[in-house]
Design a protein around this ligand. Structure first.
Ligand code: MN
Length: 240
């Protein structure tokens, strides 16, 4: 049997091809999996579990069908959908995981994260992250009317796109020291994350031991999945 990992689909109504591929993935490969882990940025933006967005409702129903069929689905917040809450979990049947978290994959301990917390070279981003992950800030946001939250989210996305253009590629990638620290603190030698949209398997040495950092890709042009079974992980592209 196989456990599946995905991240960074950035689902939105304006890009129906991604949604179609996700629906097909849920109905085919994921339906036969041991479990599905979604490591953040499933949605392009999330302004609250009360969002009446019909595209998102369709995706939620499909996740519900998968979890109802008996496949455990785990969700970790990304920097686009960090406002996903308990109502979403009840609606879809997913279990929300903390970031980072260590899970057992067929006898191997693996550190899972969205990955943005390790992009410590981007100081401006980390300041914004700290603010928006504060429970008090989130509760203040949830009390705002839907239209106001939509406007705030649209402005934040525009600012994020602009910021991405202004900073160097190395700034937006993970920081080697932050990665090493995460390996040391967790005590594991394998990590898996998304966020950077730089799919790869990196082999490195931490404290004299071989370690591996697997990075999931985004779903803009095609799907990106890690299939994990008794033989270990396999990072693959799924065409559409
Ligand atoms: Mn991200």
């Amino acid at each position: 049997m196989t456990t599946l990992f995905i991240s960074d689909l950035h689902l939105e109504a304006a890009r129906p091809d991604i949604g179609d591929q996700f629906l097909e993935f849920l109905e085919t490969e994921a339906a036969h999996a041991d479990a599905l882990y979604i490591l953040g940025d499933l949605f392009e933006s999330w302004i609250g579990d009360d969002d009446p967005n019909t595209h998102y409702a369709e995706m939620k129903s499909a996740i519900r069908r998968l979890s109802d069929s008996g496949v455990p689905v785990y969700f970790m917040h990304g920097n686009r959908d960090f406002m996903i809450g308990e109502q979403f979990a009840r609606d879809t049947g997913v279990t929300i995981l903390p970031d980072p978290v260590v899970v057992d994959m067929y006898g191997e301990e693996v550190l899972l994260s969205h990955g943005d917390a390790w992009c410590t070279d981007d100081v401006q981003y980390q300041q914004m992250r700290k603010m928006t992950r504060n429970p008090e800030w989130q509760s203040m946001m949830r009390q705002k009317p839907l239209a106001e939250r939509q406007a705030i989210a649209a402005a934040a996305r525009a600012e994020s796109v602009q910021h991405g253009k202004e900073i160097d590629d190395t700034i937006s990638d993970v920081n080697a020291g932050a990665v090493e620290q995460a390996f040391v603190e967790s005590g594991v030698t394998t990590m898996l994350h998304g966020h950077t949209h730089r799919p790869a398997v990196h082999e490195l040495t931490v404290d004299g031991r071989p370690a591996m950092r697997i990075v999931l890709g985004d779903w803009y042009e095609h799907g990106s999945v890690v299939r994990w079974d008794d033989n270990g992980p396999d990072l693959v592209v799924i065409e559409r």
